[in-house]
Design a protein around this ligand. Structure first.
Ligand code: AMP
Ligand code: MG
Length: 399
């Protein structure tokens, strides 16, 4: 079986996600909208700012009346949030940042460029050009401007934007419900004593956390022993989920009961990816529910999740741009032997240069926990010290 290129696999997954039914939308308040996906564009309903206002603490004036040394009496004081009177001719107004400009004024001078005289009048030390320190009406937006497009995930900045537009609620897609299943006779949950041959289930926690960070609702389906009947029973309990993510049991197929049942009850594609770590991956369907089967080794699970499952999930959530911010960094190591698989190496950055962990075994979580991100070594490529390669920060991949 030839290896499937990672981009081709991603393409298939994204196409599948794209063709799945769009999630319903609902109106939610801003305080619970974090990480939700916008279902309707957010438009400015009014000019922002709605009136010209001062960007400085100082004096509002008519620029034509002021040249260096000019003295003007102060005719009013305008605080932010207060309504000014029209500016009397031949006067200036004390004004504070964010306060509306009085009618007639066209500029502000900052207080540092003025002197207050004993009689309370103000001397301007230099001429003041029109529009100085004025935030004009509509500087940020005009009514009808699209401020946030459909299909973005709402983070603190986007939610602040919604608040600034006066929206108490936003229309978002409902949460994607994802079931997580860990397979393997050897697995037990932390907190219990470890018998010979057993290991603690770490994928459950990793996958649940990743999914929660994405804004999914996680349905924990526990640990599934390597047993056909129990697998069948557990799958029958699958209700009201949009996706099942399993880990383990996809490497050779001997104890692959999940795959067996998907073949009988649904459909299954088994991929050998040109990816290291994370060669085996299954993608299928149990009845109507899509299933992604990740490999069991913790770092293989991690890499296949972030590189393949994550973009698929984001697309299902309604996110338009599923690409992750990655960038090229110089490497502090050499990889003299080219591999046929695209490799993601656990690295940390020192002064912007990637250092590699010695132990890159797919079963080792420790080096992933210490790493800042993954460095991509393309297929059939060697690398020398100082060469630039693509770096994928965990801060983006796990976001
Ligand atoms: P498998 O894909 O089932 O052949 O598993 C490959 C390796 O990953 C084996 O060493 C398993 O013990 C380990 N493994 C499988 N599932 C998990 C899990 N949920 N947590 C930690 N390790 C796992
Ligand atoms: Mg197993």
């Amino acid at each position: 079986m030839s290896l499937l290129n990672v981009d081709a696999a991603l393409q298939i997954l994204l196409e599948q996600a794209q063709s799945a039914a769009c999630l319903d939308s609902e109106d939610v308040t801003l305080d619970v909208a974090h990480n939700r996906v916008l279902a309707e564009p957010l438009q400015a309903q009014f000019a922002m700012p709605p009136w010209p206002n001062s960007s400085m603490d100082g004096y509002a004036l008519r620029s034509a009346e002021v040249e260096a040394g000019q003295v003007l009496p102060v005719s009013q004081k305008i605080f932010a949030g207060h309504t000014p009177q029209p500016l009397a001719l031949g006067t200036c107004a004390r004004i504070f940042t964010g306060a509306p400009l009085p009618e007639g004024a066209d500029a502000v001078e900052m207080q540092e460029n003025t002197q207050v005289l004993e009689n309370g009048s103000v001397r301007f030390l230099q001429a003041v050009p029109s529009a100085k320190f004025v935030r004009p009406k509509g500087q940020e937006a005009l009514p009808g401007d699209e401020m946030l497009p459909v299909g973005i995930r709402l983070g603190p900045i986007e939610l602040a934007m919604a608040a600034s537009l006066g929206c108490a609620k936003v229309k978002v897609r409902r949460r994607l419900r994802v079931a997580v299943l860990s397979t393997g006779d050897e697995l037990i949950e932390p907190g219990q004593p470890l018998a010979l041959g057993q290991i603690y289930n770490s994928n459950r926690t990793m996958l649940s956390q990743c999914l929660q960070r994405l804004g999914c609702t996680v349905v924990d389906m526990g640990i599934l022993p390597d047993d056909a009947e129990q697998t069948r029973q557990r799958l029958e309990q699958l209700h009201d989920v949009d996706l099942l993510i399993s880990s383990g049991g996809v490497s050779v197929g001997e104890a692959d009961y999940l795959g067996q049942i998907l073949r009988e009850e649904g459909q299954l594609e088994f991929w050998k990816l040109a990816l290291k770590p994370g060669k085996p991956l299954t993608f299928g369907r149990y009845k109507d529910t899509p299933v992604i089967g990740l490999p069991g080794n913790p770092t293989s699970s991690l890499v296949t999740f972030v590189m393949l499952a994550r973009p698929y999930i984001l697309k299902r959530m309604g996110v338009v741009d599923t690409a992750v911010q990655s960038f090229n960094v110089p490497v502090n190591f050499a990889m003299p032997v080219a591999g046929v698989r695209r490799e993601f190496v656990r690295v940390w950055l020192v002064d912007g240069r990637a250092e590699k962990y010695d132990n890159q075994c797919s079963g080792i979580l420790r080096s992933a926990a210490q790493a800042h991100g993954l460095l991509e070594i393309p297929e059939n490529t060697t690398c020398v010290e100082g060469q630039y390669l693509r770096y994928w920060p965990f801060s983006s991949l796990l976001n």
